[in-house]
Design a protein around this ligand. Structure first.
Ligand SMILES: Cc1ncc(C[n+]2csc(CCOP(=O)(O)OP(=O)(O)O)c2C)c(N)n1
Ligand SMILES: [Mg+2]
Length: 319
């Protein structure tokens, strides 16, 4: 990695943080409909992971998808426009927060039903395998999703067919208001790989450098034909499950303890301590990120809503 690569990771994490904080404000102003799940606290997971993919590698995730979309190369403008339901959004304003997607960037969405995208990941990888593409499908999901039938069916089939899938569990310790050990027979999710004969690993998701290193190694193994593997990335969401969560299931002390381990703060210290960047350069990055988000909000607010004719478009594939 050269200096620019290091700064890129920092830039991506800070843009995601500012995007999410502003999304919360826009939601409170009533400008975003439906649900809104923020990625604050988890930025190092998708930033490190996706920075290790090659362009032909596919990414698919659940509804906590704004950061993932940005890491896949969607612009802040088209993400925020999508949140506001505007026609300039990545799905022409018809998908919203939980259904960001752009197949041209190899980002296969944003899925609202817990676990439902895991069989889709198996299908994407089956297609690549069949066509002889040299691609890995990176499928991200929460700890809660590993207790659902989709997980077991999709993971089993992928192993039976030895498909190039990297299963990535973002273990943020809760599925809505339920702690992992109250819902899962084993709280170490990586152990679930054993039942399917897969290799697995647990990684510190607050450290973007470690996530990137592990992801790079494992993606290369899957590409080389190791068969599917499972990466469990340990993280924490700093905000509620979605907007309006009263958070009665956890103590403020616990949240504060994790906030002290802020992934952006950790990375900032790492860059300075290793002489990769100076404080002033990082401050400049912070300002640029804020400007990028302000511009995106202005763009989104000024954009029109989709017209009534859009109701009948993009429903079926048109030959
Ligand atoms: C099939 C299904 N059941 C229940 C829900 C309601 N629901 C939405 S998110 C969620 C928790 C999922 O937790 P986890 O997989 O850990 O993801 P996280 O929100 O922590 O990122 C539940 C139960 C749903 N969307 N789909
Ligand atoms: Mg969770």
């Amino acid at each position: 990695m050269d200096k620019q690569d290091f700064l890129n990771l920092y830039h991506q994490m800070v843009v995601i943080r500012r995007m999410e904080e502003n999304a919360a404000d826009l939601y409170q102003q009533g400008k975003i409909g439906g649900f809104l799940h923020l990625y604050i606290g988890q930025e190092a997971v998708s930033t490190g992971l996706i920075s290790a993919r090659q362009p032909q590698d596919r990414v698919i995730t659940a509804y906590r998808d704004h950061g993932v979309a940005f890491n896949c190369g969607l612009s802040a403008r088209e993400i925020i426009a999508e949140l506001l339901g505007k026609v300039t959004g990545s799905s022409r304003g018809k998908g919203g927060s939980m259904h960001l997607a752009d197949p041209n960037k190899n980002f296969w969405g944003g899925h609202a039903i817990v676990g439902a995208h895991l069989p889709l990941a198996t299908g994407l990888a089956l297609g690549d395998h069949y066509q002889g593409n040299n691609a890995v499908t990176i499928c991200m999901f929460g700890d809660g999703a590993t207790n659902i039938g989709f997980f077991h069916e999709a993971v089993n089939m992928a192993k039976v067919w030895n498909l190039p899938v990297l299963w990535v569990c973002e273990n943020n310790q809760y599925g809505m208001g339920t702690a992992v050990d109250r819902a899962s027979a084993v709280s170490e999710i990586s152990q679930k790989a054993q039942g399917y004969g897969m290799k697995s690993e647990r990684v510190d998701g607050m450290n973007v450098v470690e996530v990137r290193a592990a992801a790079g190694r494992v993606i290369a193994e899957v590409r080389a034909g190791s068969g599917p593997q499972l990466l469990e990335i340990m993280t924490y969401r700093f905000r509620g499950h979605s907007m309006g969560d009263p958070e009665r299931y956890r103590k403020a002390d616990e949240v504060h303890k994790w906030q002290e381990e802020d992934p952006i703060g950790i990375y900032r210290k790492y860059l300075i301590a290793n002489g990769i960047a100076e404080e002033a350069e990082l401050d400049e990055q912070d300002e640029q990120a804020l400007a990028e988000i302000k511009d995106a909000i202005e763009f989104a607010e000024a954009s029109p809503e989709p017209g009534p004719e859009e109701l009948f478009q993009h429903i079926y594939v048109e030959e």
